[in-house]
Design a protein around this ligand. Structure first.
Ligand SMILES: [Fe+2]
Length: 232
């Protein structure tokens, strides 16, 4: 395998790059490259996040996020074993579906946890300018983000703040499951609207969870990702 496809894979992994290592077999020409993923640790003290309990955050991270990473590794290994010229199409279909869901879920969960802080913050710099340009005001941006989350109350999915390199602007996207992230967008901030993200603290009251999340957004992470995206 040449350097070009390996480099492309790393770029494609985007946010996963820091948590991903390539299997040793990738060094052998002609052998399938199997990506290996490891859960990223939380970047905050889960016992010091106002409105979201340590028990909730630890359970979400250890069970849902880390479980997804394990599933992504298992699925990647299973795909690497397949002889695609001979494998039953249903076997390929099932594994490809699981790979896609686990991959997106891993990226979105990492974005979610990286976007949580222990104290309120405000966007600044280039991101603040882009928010003002595309939403008119930060309050409008936050209101759209929260309202989009409320449309998923009682259901599941993600709200994602995205930079579109194609349109050179920000969007807030609605995704009813892990597989619906917008094509071509660079995700900057994600809010998990699966019930496991809030039920332990708020029962079925998604609105209280959304209000709590909006107050602990670590905008510096979104700003860092936006700066990286603008360099692409
Ligand atoms: Fe989750």
């Amino acid at each position: 395998m040449t350097d070009i496809p390996r480099r492309s894979l790393a770029v494609g992994a985007g946010l996963l790059a820091g948590a991903m290592a390539l299997d040793a077999r990738s060094q052998v020409p002609g052998i399938v490259t199997v990506p290996k993923f490891a859960p990223k640790p939380m970047t905050f003290n889960p016992d010091k996040v106002p409105g979201l309990s340590g028990n909730l955050l630890r359970s979400h991270h250890a069970n849902n996020y880390a479980g997804t990473v394990t599933k992504l590794n298992t699925t990647s290994e299973e795909l690497a074993k397949l002889d695609f010229a001979k494998a039953p199409i249903l076997a390929v279909s099932g594994l490809k579906r699981e790979e896609h869901i686990a991959y997106n879920s891993t990226i979105l969960h990492e974005l979610y946890f990286d976007g949580i802080g222990e104290a309120p913050t405000q966007p600044s710099g280039l991101l603040a300018q882009a928010i003002a340009r595309d939403f008119g005001h930060l309050d409008r941006c936050k209101a759209e983000f929260a309202a989009t989350g409320k449309t998923l109350a009682g259901g599941s999915g993600w709200v994602i703040l995205v930079h579109s390199p194609r349109d050179k602007r920000l969007y807030i996207h609605w995704a009813a499951d892990h597989s619906m992230a917008p094509a071509g967008g660079v995700p900057l901030l994600a809010m998990d609207m699966y019930e496991h993200a809030y039920h332990m603290d708020y029962g079925a009251d998604a609105t209280k969870y959304i209000d709590a999340f909006m107050k602990v957004i670590k905008w510096t992470n979104a700003e860092r990702l936006y700066r990286e995206a603008m360099r692409l």
